[in-house]
Design a protein around this ligand. Sequence first.
Ligand code: ZN
Length: 437
Amino acid sequence: MIVPKVWYSDEGDTINIDLGKGFLPPHYSISLEERVNEIADILYYTEKPTEIFRVSVWFDGKDIFDYFPEERGPTERRVLEVNPQARSRSKRDIGESKVLVAAGHGIYYNSKYKDWRAQRDRTNGIVEDFITPAFARLLQDYLRGRSNSTVHRARSTDISAHPDSAQPWSLMAARYHIKNVLPEHAEIWNSAGSAGATSTGEREQDIRSRPLYANHLGVDALIHLHTNAASASRRGVEVFHQPNSSDSKRLGDLALCYMRESLRTNSAYADFPVALVSSPKNHGENRLAEMPSIIAEMGFHTNPKDAVAIQSYVFQDLAMRGLEKAYRMFKEGNGCETFSATYSEVTVVSDSTRDAEIVFGGFPRFPVKYTSTVAECPSGILCVSLGGRFATAETPRTITHSCSSSQPMTMKWNVTFTDADGVKAEALSTVHCQPKA
Ligand SMILES: [Zn+2]
């Protein structure tokens, strides 16, 4: 029996647990990693009301990779070159890049039961293995259309039958697809890691095959799409990156920022919980990657409310639209900046016109439409609400005002700008009308 030691860091933001080296089996495996993560997860959520940001797991004072150094993964990761020109307007300015989109899990051969089965059980009507490709397809479309990316998929999209299992290729785990396209590269799809071929099954090989395939393809980023599992009350979108991979953390934080922004555009998901920051956690899928790599967990299939959302095309579409934007912002070197608008206050001489300048913050998608409602209007005066659109990002961006009055007066409007993705920004327009001299 293992009696773990538990203590807080001096800063109080980390909870440490030492399981002792007796906890460790002779070989590293993905199942070991999952067991350790589960323990860390239980601690994290039990302790959550206090401000802890991470759980560190130790084994007699050492890191797990001090025992399995060959499993540490690449120490240096490729850093995606940020193209400063790409901060500007047109899609052509964004440098081309390659992304591997990996839908989580898929059918694998279970050597114990001697059958082909999904990696996750059906919960609330969802089999994670079969729903993740729906997210992947949408992300692929957005990355191609908006991020100037060549997209590779870890799992097949073919619906014909995989001969050995008689199941559609599209339901199979990545390992089988990669074996089919790269039969000569057994080190990718048959990788058992330091455990050796005998002790790990094809489910573990599947997890390892994804980052190894990404390394082989030389992609600029790897995005894993999953749905989460825990106790029934846990909810929301979470993202994981490998500890000490700062680029992956940046991508993970942006993923949450822009998925939140996108989900907020639909009242049905305005309150959908989205974690504030990406969590550092050891997952083979990220660890073995030589490039920025994140795991996006699109809600908990173990929670009934999340499960309904996960199956909704609207939710899938909004989440993946936000995730693509995050990747684009990552590539362009931008941070988490939501759409905002400021509207310059103007003084108009009666019976003439004057332009008010509108400045946008964040990264709206054009065309941006605007509508206004009257906020303040002197009695006896007709204050007309304005509406229109800005077709492109071109600046300066102005709206022309006019007025007619023999007395000085002030009019105000609440203006709502809505970008092509439905992201909204509010501003107040103030117009002073001055009689002619
Ligand atoms: Zn999963």
